[in-house]
Every structure is written in C-alpha cells, then in structure tokens.
Design a protein around this ligand. Structure first.
Ligand SMILES: O=P(O)(O)OC[C@H]1O[C@H](OP(=O)(O)OP(=O)(O)O)[C@H](O)[C@@H]1O
Ligand SMILES: Nc1ncnc2[nH]cnc12
Length: 176
C-alpha cells in the first residue's frame, strides 16, 4: 500500500484538489468518527474526473479484465474506470441484493459488521481484477473483497482506493 508520494503522483496538483473536495464531517454517524464525505467530490466535475482519470491512466494497460466495485461508494467510481480501461464491472453487493447464486464474505467495519456478496461466475479463474472503493478505515471491507475474489482464484487482485480516511492525501493502492 502506498500513498501519493510513492506512486508517481507526488506534487500532482490534482491530489490537493481531490482531497479538498472531500468534506470531512466530525462525529458522523457516531461520536469519534471523522466521516470522509465523497458526495462533495462528486459535485465537483473536475475533481471527480481527475480522480477517475488518475486510476484510468494507471491501470489502462495492465491487462485488467474485471473492475469490482464495493457497494455503495465503489459503484460511484468503478463503472467509469471499467468503461475507460475496457474491463467488465462486477458489483460486490451487500447481503440479499443479488438474485443469482452468490459467494459471501463477512467482515468487521469501523462501526459495525457487514457482508459482501458476488455472483458466482462473474469472475473467472485467472482473470485480473481491480477493486474500487472510496476509502480504507479498518481495512475490513478491502480484505473481504480480496477474499471474495480469491475464492474465484483470480490471478491478480489490484486494489485501489480513491481516497482514505487517513492520511489526508488520499490516493493509494495495493497489489496482492
Ligand atoms: O475499511 P473499513 O473499515 O472496512 O471501511 C471502509 C468501508 O466503509 C464504507 O462503506 P460502508 O460499509 O459504510 O457502506 P456504504 O458505502 O454503503 O455507505 C466505505 O465506503 C468502505 O467501503
Ligand atoms: N471515516 C469514514 N468516513 C467515511 N466512510 C467511512 N466508513 C468507515 N469509516 C468511514
């Protein structure tokens, strides 16, 4: 996992603008949580486009066939990235939302527990997948997404978050 200064984006003015477009709401949804609200980023066309473009530029020539978006905020960035890099989009959904046969992974959140599900057959063994979400807090969601894709024996998992609860500089990614 690496931050803006280690991924070739050091000094990129887009990072500051993206960071500033994310509203921080203290004590939401409960005391002590500094909520990183990306809905304000979505209102800023340039910052929103820059956030998508940064990932498109990074991953377009990496033979990635699957972009997996984590419900719900991964759905706000993932499809645009998938279309631009020529990959399919696979939603990783919260429980009981997908109508077909699913595989499930439970995980612990900063303020609760949850579960991600994916349709069986959406990802084939050997495919290269990129996971998209808006941030890492405890990392529980990210780990669940990796486990979910791992059950399909996906050859590569590239995990990308467009912003982070900490540090403030927001752009980092992991390959596993
Ligand atoms: O690193 P973690 O501790 O796992 O937390 C990060 C996750 O929490 C948020 O989603 P949330 O579960 O609140 O769902 P939402 O996108 O539907 O609001 C966020 O969008 C990440 O998916
Ligand atoms: N600090 C935070 N801000 C926004 N979403 C979150 N999900 C978990 N922790 C969060």
């Amino acid at each position: 996992m690496f931050a803006g200064d280690q991924n070739g984006l050091q000094g990129d003015p887009r990072l500051k603008a993206i960071s500033e477009a994310i509203r921080v709401v203290p004590h939401f949804p409960k005391p002590g949580i500094m909520f990183q609200d990306i809905t304000t980023l979505l209102l800023d066309h340039k910052a929103f486009k820059d956030a998508v473009d940064i990932f498109v530029d990074r991953y377009r020539d990496m033979d990635i066939s699957v972009v997996a978006g984590v419900e719900a905020r991964g759905f706000m960035f993932g499809p645009s990235i998938a279309l631009a890099i020529g990959a399919k989009f696979v939603p990783l959904r919260k429980p009981r939302k997908l109508p077909g046969e699913v595989i499930s992974e439970a995980y612990v959140l900063e303020y609760g527990t949850d579960c991600l599900e994916m349709h069986v057959g959406a990802v084939q063994p050997g495919e290269r997948a990129l996971v998209i979400d808006d941030l890492v807090a405890t990392g529980g969601t990210l780990c669940a997404a990796i486990r979910l894709l791992g059950t399909t024996q996906t050859k590569w998992k590239a995990v990308v978050y467009s912003c982070g609860a900490t540090p403030a500089d927001k752009l980092f990614c992991t390959f596993c």
